[in-house]
Design a binder for this molecule. Structure first.
Ligand code: 13P
Length: 251
């Protein structure tokens, strides 16, 4: 049995007050230290890490960040290192989200360097890959996601995926309300696992592959029922406690 994970990506949302209500509702809903089939995590904006660490202490919910610097330390104004995230108790960090790639120009090479920085600091990277609508319509989905995965595996090695999480997030499904069908998600997840298996079968078998893109309580169960969909990376619906709790329950 592969580990299942449902991770919330708050993106640039929140306030101290709203966070407190949301986090308390999640803890109450999942139970302090309670066991559930899927692991659960929230990835929050940097300034809220301290609040999240305090509020989730002793709970079964892990936390993490949405980005990190590829550098260890130095004159990099505005950046945050993996060591800093580890010091705040982060377990996870999202790497290579499509918004970072598209809006902030993160190349495959930079994503690979960030992936390495996360692992060097004992963080579990949630590596995001996914095709644009244009690529899908041109029949290039597999070529695009294979290249994005290969960019990491070629530098870090397949073994590096052993303590990582992969998230398939089709760009056309993010924040659009247009979810990939369970079959579309399964097709790409199985393809990715197969690609990795060509390098290392045991790593591929153990790797949690999450689906992200307009996951809601209403469509989560169908997606998570697919054999290669091991959970979800949840944007908008992770900001609403009852939606997020229902998605965790579906996993
Ligand atoms: P939505 O769930 O809001 O579509 O966002 C998905 C996502 O980008 C998670 O990282």
């Amino acid at each position: 049995m592969r580990a299942r994970l449902v991770a919330g990506n708050w993106k640039m949302h929140g306030s101290r007050q709203a966070n407190a209500g949301l986090l308390d509702a999640l803890v109450a809903g999942l139970g302090k230290g309670g066991a559930q089939a899927a692991r659960c995590a929230v990835c929050v904006p940097f300034p809220y890490l301290e609040q999240v660490a305090a509020r989730l202490a002793g709970s079964s919910i892990a936390w993490g960040a949405q980005n990190l610097s590829e550098h260890a330390a130095g004159a990099y104004t505005g950046e945050v290192s993996g060591a800093m995230l580890a010091e705040f108790g982060c377990r996870y960090v999202i790497v290579g989200h499509s918004e970072r790639r598209q809006l902030f120009g993160e190349s495959d090479a930079r994503v690979a360097a960030k992936f390495a920085a996360a692992r060097a600091n004992g963080l579990t990277p949630i590596l995001c890959i996914g095709e644009t609508l244009e690529a899908r319509e041109a029949g290039r989905t597999e070529a695009v996601v294979a290249a994005q995965l290969e960019a990491i595996v070629a530098t870090a090695g397949a073994e590096a995926m052993r303590n990582a999480v992969l998230a398939y997030e089709p760009v056309w499904a993010i924040g659009t309300g247009r979810t990939a069908s369970a079959e579309q998600a399964q097709e790409v997840h199985a393809f990715l696992r197969g690609r990795l298996a060509q390098r290392d079968a045991s790593v591929a078998q153990a790797l949690p592959i999450l689906y992200g893109g307009s996951v809601k309580a209403a469509n989560a169960a169908a997606l998570f029922a697919m054999p290669d969909v091991d959970g979800g990376l949840i944007g908008g619906a992770s900001l609403v406690a009852e939606e997020f709790l229902a998605i965790v329950a579906a996993a």
